[in-house]
Each structure stands twice: as C-alpha cells, then as structure tokens.
Design a protein around this ligand. Structure first.
Ligand code: ZN
Ligand code: ZN
Length: 127
C-alpha cells in the first residue's frame, strides 16, 4: 500500500507538470479534483472505477492484477477526449487520429459515460 501511495503522489506531480505546461491553472485544478479513479483491465478489458479513496488489488472480473489507471487524452484539434490506460505513452485521438496533447483525470461521470462500472472496495480488494 505504501508503494502505491508513493506511486500516486509521483503520478499526481507528473500530471501537474503536464497540465501547467499545456493548459493553464483552471485545467490543472479541474484535472486534479476528480472524485474517482478509473481502471482498465489489460487481461479481460473490464472497465471499472472506484471511489478515489480506494486502490484496487485486482480486477473485479478476472481477479488478476493486470489493470492500469485510466486517463483522458485530449485532442488539440477537436477537443475530443480519448480514455485509455496510462501505460502506453502518447495516444492518438480516437476521433481524428491526431496525437493528443494534454491529459486529464476523468471523473466518475466521465468514466460512467465511457462504459466503466462502479465497483466497491470489497470487489477489488481480494486476498
Ligand atoms: Zn480483468
Ligand atoms: Zn481529434
């Protein structure tokens, strides 16, 4: 759990840097005030999200730890947001194919619209 927290702090700092370069203060505030954490399972493609105070230990569907945090990648041309796991570097816009230029942290409503299902801590904290 400590390692996860340290990871999260480093990650938030990275988003802050990216956000302040690309978008100005308002976007940074918005990007850092999400009410949820979204995840994509790399094994079974399950999309799920949790209250921001929880961190999963496993995918709620296939019970493996092969999930990654989901971020929104913002297209500079049409402002379309492509949601994807954060692990693969830069992403192309799913709408026009341009390389996305900014990152945002999706909120619960965004994750729900994307197709993610809200899970409880009990469903993702297996042991
Ligand atoms: Zn899974
Ligand atoms: Zn686009």
């Amino acid at each position: 759990m400590n390692a996860l927290r340290i990871f999260c702090l480093g990650f938030c700092a990275a988003v802050l840097v990216v956000g302040s370069v690309g978008c100005g203060d308002k976007t940074v505030d918005d990007a850092l005030t999400s009410d949820a954490n979204g995840y994509l399972c790399k094994k079974c493609s399950a999309k799920f999200y949790l209250d921001r105070k929880f961190f999963p230990n496993r995918c709620p569907e296939c019970k493996t730890p092969n999930y990654e945090l989901v971020l929104g990648f913002v297209c500079p041309v049409d402002k379309h947001v492509t949601y994807a796991g954060k692990g693969r570097g830069s992403h192309a816009c799913e709408q026009c194919g341009k390389v996305t230029s900014a990152i945002l942290i999706p909120r619960a409503a965004d994750l729900k619209a994307w197709g993610a299902t809200k899970k409880t801590a009990a469903e993702v904290l297996g042991n």
